[in-house]
Design a binder for this molecule. Structure first.
Ligand code: FPP
Length: 240
C-alpha cells in the first residue's frame, strides 16, 4: 500500500454503536435488568442530540439483535415496550431537530402495531436532513447478507441483471442499509470487544472504539472524547 492511501480522519460521517452493558449496570446497583434498559433508552435520546451537534450525519444504534429473541420473555417484553414508547413519543422533538429516523432488521418478526408505528415514523421524518438515526431492531448481519444473496439470485434468474454485473455496489444496494454510507467508526460500550453480528459487510474499513463505560452511563462527553480520538487517527482506507 502506498502512503497516498493514508488520510487524516475528520468527523466521522457515520457512527454505529453497540449499546452494551444495560444489564450489568442494573445488577451492579441491585436493580432489575429492566431498569438498565430503561436508563439505556434515555441515553439514546441524549446521544442522538449530541451526535447531531457534533456534525455526525448518520448514527446507527443496535437496539435489539436477532439473538436477543432468545432472552427471557419478560426481558423481550421490556425491550419491545421501550421501543413502543419511543415510537409513540410526540414527534415534535424529532421534527424540531430535523432528524430522519429509519429502521433496519427483520420487521416480520415484530408485532404488527410496532411495524405500523415504524412505517409511520419513517414516513413522517423522511424529508428531515440534519441527521439520520438508524435503529437496528431484530437485526442480524448474517441474515441481512443471506437475504441480499437471495435477492441478487432472484434478479439474475429474472434476467434483470447479469452475473457479471454483480459487484460491491450492486450487492450493497441489496442490504437494508442501501441508502446510507458505510460506518466510519464503530463504538461498543461495556468492555466487550466483539462485533456480535453487527453490520459485517458495512464495517469492512471502519475504525473501532471500545470503552468500559456501560451504556446507561455513556454521555455526550464520552462520545466527544471518542470522536476526538477518531479524528486524530490516520485512516488508510475509506474517507477523510
Ligand atoms: C445490551 O445490554 C443492550 C441491549 C440488548 C438493548 C439495548 C436497548 C436499549 C438501549 C433501549 C431501547 C432502545 C430504543 C431505541 C428505545 P445487555 O442487556 O446485553 O447488558 P449486559 O451485557 O450487561 O447484560
Amino acid at each position: 500500500m502506498t502512503d497516498t492511501k493514508k488520510q487524516k480522519a475528520k468527523t466521522p460521517e457515520h457512527v454505529a454503536i453497540i449499546m452494551d452493558g444495560n444489564g450489568r449496570w442494573a445488577t451492579k446497583r441491585g436493580l432489575p435488568r429492566s431498569m438498565g434498559h430503561r436508563k439505556g433508552a434515555e441515553v439514546v435520546e441524549k446521544i442522538t442530540k449530541a451526535a447531531k451537534e457534533l456534525g455526525i450525519k448518520f448514527l446507527t444504534l443496535y437496539a435489539f439483535s436477532t439473538e436477543n429473541w432468545k432472552r427471557p420473555d419478560e426481558e423481550v417484553s421490556t425491550l419491545m415496550g421501550l421501543l413502543r414508547d419511543y415510537l409513540k413519543k410526540d414527534l415534535e422533538e424529532i421534527q424540531k431537530n430535523n432528524v430522519r429516523i429509519r429502521f433496519i432488521g427483520e420487521m416480520n418478526m415484530l408485532d404488527k402495531d410496532i411495524v405500523e408505528s415504524i412505517k409511520r415514523i419513517e414516513a413522517n421524518t423522511a424529508k428531515n436532513d440534519a441527521m439520520t438515526l438508524c435503529i437496528a431492531i431484530s437485526y442480524g448481519s448474517r441474515q441481512e447478507i443471506l437475504a441480499a444473496v437471495k435477492k441478487t439470485v432472484a434478479l439474475v434468474k429474472r434476467g434483470d441483471i447479469s452475473e457479471n454485473e454483480i459487484d460491491e455496489k450492486t450487492f450493497s444496494d441489496m442490504l437494508y442499509t442501501n441508502d446510507m454510507p458505510d460506518p466510519d467508526l464503530v463504538i461498543r460500550t461495556s468492555g466487550e470487544q466483539r462485533i456480535s453480528n453487527y453490520l459485517l459487510w458495512q464495517i469492512a474499513y471502519a475504525e473501532f472504539s471500545f470503552t468500559d463505560v456501560h451504556w446507561p452511563d455513556f454521555d455526550e462527553n464520552k462520545l466527544k472524547e471518542i470522536i476526538e480520538n477518531y479524528a486524530s487517527r490516520e485512516r488508510r482506507y475509506g474517507k477523510a
